[in-house]
Write a protein that binds this ligand. Sequence first.
Ligand code: ASP
Length: 591
Amino acid sequence: MFKNRSYCGELTVQDVDRRVELAGWVESNRNLGGIIFIKMRDVSGTVQVVFDSSLSLDTLKTADQARSEFVVFVGGTVRKRDEKNVNPNQPTGYIEVSAESITILNASQVPPIQIDAKETIGEETRLKYRFLDLRREEMRDAIIKRHQACQIIRNYLNNNRFFEIETPVLNKSTPEGARDFLVPSRISAGEFYALPQSPQLFKQILMIAGFDRYFQIVKCFRDEDLRGDRQPEFTQVDLELSFIDQAAIMAVIEGLLEEVVREVTGREISLPFRRLTYREAMDRYGTDAPDTRFGLEIADCSDIFRNSEFSVFAQALTGGGVVRGFSVNDAGKISRKMLDRFTEEARVFGVKGLPTLKYSNNAAEGGIAKYLGPEEIAELGNRFELSGQGTIIFAADEYHTACAALASTRVRVARELGLVNEDALDFLWITDFPMFEYSEEDGRFYSKHHPFTAPKPEFINALDGLKPEQADSVLAQAYDVVLNGVEIGGGSIRINIPEVQQRIFSLLGISKEEADTKFSFLVDALKYGAPPHGGLALGLDRIMMLLLKKKSIRDVIAFPKTTRGQCLMSNAPSPVSSDQLRELHLKVVDR
Ligand code: ASP
């Protein structure tokens, strides 16, 4: 029956006079008394189908009965639309199908979502009726674009001699920093698998096994509190390569992203991407994922205020902190009210406030101006160009706290003042990350990337007797790729020498026993000829969201979960029967 089916959205004036058969859904049905217009839809788009009054009564009756979202099979002939009915905004707007027959293949209840609705539909309804939501043009396009991006990725990597190899989903937990999702084992009572947070260990094992270039478009799972726009399961384009250095990995990724951008947006980007070291990014933008589509660069002002009489600055500096800030030449557009709001929002980062200084043509005149001496103001004038009218926003605190508050405020200000070029695709590499972070609370070092990341060779000797306050000083061969202020991927060159791996474990407080129980297979494998290797993982959901200019990653995932980790369509997660629990040797103790 469907052998000769044409696609609705692909018919053009080239098809005029062609007899076609279409299968799909009724998007709308207008009966103008004697003549019926059905907008018919399939995965390729829509086309207007016209049932002229010359058709048999039976055919017209069936056409009339085909309501919204009924599934129909239509036979007819393509013809040009009358001049006055042409719709140049629609791909099939110059033609229509003059129907000869219609069969209703299936009925539909009145849908709770109008598929061609112009107004926004509540997200809960969209997620609950995802099968209908996915029929909407916007969602359908996003899912198809994602498919196309995946094909491009596969082709590109295949052409670059990568092998696509699956790694297990039922695993031992890997120390990637987040909480694992656990799966109880029925056969081994009291034991659990962990869902992979990433295929890190397996991809390294594949390098040791000799598959010198691996990739996988792979689901990863992290049981985190779902702050903001995250998903408990997300998709990575995961890569690992042997006999390679950092620069070559970056070049492979740039080539890959160039093709993905071309496929998804039709645009060309320029290579190579700009590079910033972690330190530069932190100093100039307060974050390791800076949005550099606009200026508002942060400058350190600690030296200016060394002997300040302004107690807020003085206290921060004597406490070992910093005074940093950025200047907004805003012609007075930043109001007191806005500043209060920015300050309120910055408090979540731990700052007490955001002191501000208003200036006009090189003279300070508002905010904290009255607490500053003429020399301090002159120095500020040198540091920031205080021409025109503007505001300097400061943070005076411990370095990382000040950075976090200013980074976030910088983006807020740029958005509110319309300084962000929403059309830009600003790719950036961040390199030279520190190997470690030190947690005062836990009294130990943590890896900034993960424990398998190699230090830069010149820092190997610095590992011995590393002090907490030196945590930042040992640099790693680690790199992140950032797009428009969002980290879209990260990776590193790995340790391939067992002794170095051992030293890193012990610095991280991972005992030999712990290393043996958690990842002995990698430790073991490193002893049997591990080639130099490294890799990276890209976040596919985020990349698609940014390229398609969506507000949320949920808009580029076919079946996403809510921020509470629920699937509103299937109602997962859900309780299970006591029999299932018994089989798994589990008891639910509190709910
Ligand atoms: N496994 C790392 C991650 O998921 C990426 C990498 O180092 O390749 O972030």
